[in-house]
Design a protein around this ligand. Structure first.
Ligand code: GDP
Length: 758
């Protein structure tokens, strides 16, 4: 009773007689739900965008399964559907109030009074036998949709609605949804949905009702009849509800309280009785409130009066025209008090039941994505550091290889140079020795000799090839094994050292690169045919004690030079070591005649001149001079000995002697010629060695180059991978931070709308 008085006083002293719609709009507790819904909707729009971004991120790394695995990508993709589903539910989320009570207790009238319009049919004749749900329509239309149909049936007025419903043969648990323009009613605009039920006394099928229409209700209003007491059927219904819902929000409206005006003497007594029973029912039977809180949930109203008053107000007439029963004002205030408490209650309850789980789910999604991103980030960082290590290794190896290649190249160059010099010396030494042994080689030539010019030509050709082959094979015998071994060793060393710069897969290749053919063989191209082509034998008989011979002997070496000068041949000019022996040019030089003739004595010149140019006259002069000095006997003996000598020599000038002389002349000639080409030949041989070693080295260098270019390619690939990883890490970080931001937004939402409820 005290609570009632307080409440009444506060209503009168507080808002004034009529709260205007505008004022209600601004201060309405329903705004908590409206704002919370808008806020969480906005957050879920962001979550939706975020999930799309995360999916895009996953897709961008789809080709690189090392960074993102299929399962992770699929998990993130699944959130797209989950978020869409939550957004769909969010859009439909509303505050639902369900009215229960016995038939004709005035449920429809209460709803109409709250909606300030006669939307639902009320009255004894219009009582419905199915569930009626009134909700706001978005497009300003009013229509109804029966269960199982999508057809919009027009509802122009309550009369028509009643008529329309009468036509339908509906089961009592069926739901008819009535859409009413939102702008006509603030409660509808703020997403409150009203559900009117058939009387709980008309059906035994309460369980089906509850399952179908009550589980998502935020507030239950029991409309009781103040003219009687709470019935068992009504109580039973709420007992069932409270078994299925933990602590349902229940208001008890003792309707038809206008009837109390006719019996004012029992007013307080009846009211106290109703109050006590209702409080007991809520606190002791249902145990949903404490007795104190339960008192706040019981109201004594007259829905009929309130509806009438509100309709009057809307018509611009005073709410109370004097025709109403006593105590109307109090009942009207109490109705408004109920409405305020109801709004607070339904708003908080709906925010909690609807949005708390959305907020939890949103946070869960953000955290799940965040932890996936953390894993990806960790993975990319690991991959990045391993790639960096590989990069450093490859880079170092590349540098090392290049440096070593430079050092090795220089070293090998020096080595080849030393080898080439060594070969040159060896070949030169061996060739000189062979030239010294040329006489033996020529002596070994056993083809029958015949001085006939034609036969001799053939003999000469064969001798050329004998000498050439002989020299060649002797040189090979002396040098080949040692040189080949030397070269092979050098090549092996070269290969081994270069192989150390090669990766394992190329090492085998480097071994194969060595020529596996016959061991390297130097070609000693002496080409005696050309070299000695200018050889002209002199097989004329010459008496060794003849005047000319004596002069020659007397002239000694000088004379030899003269003899050479008499031949039309000349000493070859300097030859470049690179010139092929084949191309050796023998240039006839006009200056070939020795210029050292100046050294000769005047007497010698006279003697030679007298013998060679004056002939017999000179001889006579010498003979006369001799006869006079030594006497004729001595001359005769000398002449006889001289004659005998001549005869002897003439007789021994046989074919054999001619062969010997020929060979001697050939040896002399070839020796001179070969001496001239010693340098050239040795240079040529060393050149061959250089070619061989250089080409081997070049092939090895090529392998190393291939390896270094492979390393270059590898470095480029690593750089690309690193870029991808860095990009992935940056994007993962951005997305991870956004997940934190969204979780934080939801925390703020909880703090603003959910925590304050507790
Ligand atoms: P429902 O079956 O519970 O929906 O009850 P209705 O709203 O249809 O009301 C049944 C009858 O009771 C109607 O004729 C109403 O006019 C009447 N009624 C409703 N509320 C009140 C009220 O507060 N006082 C009086 N005197 N009659 C009421």
């Amino acid at each position: 009773m005290a609570a009632y008085i307080n409440r009444t006083i506060s209503m009168i002293g507080g808002d004034g007689q009529h709260r205007s719609n505008d004022l209600r709009t601004d201060n309405s507790p329903l705004q908590i739900f409206v704002k919370a819904k808008k806020k969480i909707n906005d957050i879920f729009v962001e979550i939706d965008d975020y999930v799309q971004d995360a999916v895009g991120f996953m897709h961008s790394l789809r080709d690189d399964r090392d960074i993102v695995n299929t399962q992770e990508a699929e998990t993130i993709e699944s959130y797209v559907y989950k978020v869409h589903a939550i957004r769909d539910v969010l859009k439909r989320d509303h505050m639902k109030v369900a009215f229960f009570g016995r038939t004709s207790n005035g449920k429809s009238t209460v709803i109409n009074a709250m909606l300030r319009d006669k939307i639902l049919p009320s009255g004894i004749g219009h009582t419905t036998n199915c569930f009626l749900q009134v909700e706001g329509s978005d497009n300003g239309e009013s229509y109804l949709i029966t269960e199982g149909s999508t057809e919009k049936q027009p509802v122009q007025s309550v009369g028509q609605l009643g008529h329309a419903l009468c036509k339908e043969k509906l089961c009592e648990s069926h739901l008819v949804r009535i859409f009413w323009p939102r702008e006509k009613c603030l409660l509808l605009r703020d997403d409150v949905v009203f559900v009117d039920s058939p009387g709980v006394d008309v059906t035994p099928n309460l369980d089906e009702w509850i399952d179908k229409h009550c589980l998502d209700a935020d507030v239950f209003v029991l409309v009781a009849n103040a003219e009687s007491t709470l019935m068992v059927t009504e109580k039973n219904f709420f007992h069932k509800v409270s078994t299925k819902l933990s602590k349902p929000n229940i208001f008890i409206l003792n309707n038809r309280w206008d009837a109390s005006a006719s019996e004012p003497e029992f007013f307080d007594q009846v009211r106290a009785q109703h109050q006590e029973r209702a409080v007991d029912f809520l606190s002791k039977e249902l145990k949903v409130y404490t007795p104190k809180d339960a008192e706040e949930r019981v109201f004594f109203i007259s829905a009929k009066e309130t509806l009438q008053a509100r309709l009057q107000e809307q018509r611009g007439q005073p709410a109370h025209n004097g025709a109403l029963a006593d105590g109307f004002q109090n009942r009207y205030f109490e109705f408004q008090d109920f409405e305020r408490k109801f709004e607070e209650c339904i708003s908080k309850s709906a925010v909690k039941t609807k949005f708390e789980q959305h907020s939890q789910r949103g946070k869960h999604i953000a955290m799940e994505i965040r932890s996936t991103l953390d894993e990806i980030l960790e993975r990319t960082q690991k991959m990045r550091s391993s790639q960096l290590t590989v990069k450093k290794e490859v880079h170092d190896k590349l540098n090392f290889t290049e440096q070593q290649l430079m050092l090795l190249t220089q070293e090998m160059k020096d080595k080849i140079h030393r080898m080439v010099e060594d070969v040159e010396q060896r070949v030169s030494k061996a060739l000189n020795e062979e030239i010294r042994r040329l006489a033996v080689l020529v002596d070994e030539f056993s083809v029958p000799f015949h001085p006939e010019p034609l036969v001799l030509n053939v003999y000469k050709r064969e001798l050329h090839s004998h000498v050439e082959n002989g020299l060649g094979s002797n040189l090979r015998a002396r040098l080949s094994t040692a040189l080949a071994l030397n070269i092979e060793n050098s090549q092996r060393e070269m290969t081994e050292r270069m192989a150390s710069l090669l990766p394992d897969n190329k090492k085998q290749l480097s071994i194969n690169i060595l020529p596996r053919r016959e061991p390297f063989e130097i070609l000693y191209r002496l080409n005696c045919d050309n070299l000695c082509a200018d050889f002209h034998e002199d097989l004329e008989f010459r008496f060794s004690w003849g005047i000319t011979a004596l002069i020659n002997r007397f002239a000694g070496k000088q004379g030899q030079k003269l003899a050479i000068s008499n031949h039309p041949q000349a000493i070859p000019q300097l030859m470049s070591p690179t010139d092929s022996i084949d191309s050796v040019k023998f240039v006839t030089s006009p200056t070939c005649i020795p210029s050292r003739g100046d050294d000769w004595s005047l007497a010698t010149r006279v003697a030679i001149a007298s013998i060679t140019s004056q002939g017999t006259m000179g001889g006579l002069l010498v003979a006369g001079f001799m006869l006079k000095t030594v006497g004729w006997r001595l001359i005769a003996v000398t002449g006889a000995v001289y004659g005998a000598l001549y005869l002897y020599e003439r007789l021994t000038w046989t074919k054999k002697a001619k062969e010997r002389t020929f060979k001697q002349q050939y040896v002399n000639h070839a020796t001179k010629k070969l001496r001239l080409i010693v340098d050239l030949t040795s240079a040529n041989c060393s050149h061959q060695v250089q070619q061989e070693l250089s080409s081997t080295f070049a092939r090895l260098c090529h392998l190393v180059d291939e390896a270094t270019s492979e390393m270059d390619v590898e470095l480029k690939t690593i750089a690309t991978t690193l870029r991808t990883l860095e990009e992935a890490a940056t994007n993962a970080k951005v997305l991870r931070n956004k997940a934190n931001y969204l979780a934080n937004e939801l925390d703020l939402f909880d703090a603003a709308y959910l925590k304050s409820l507790n």
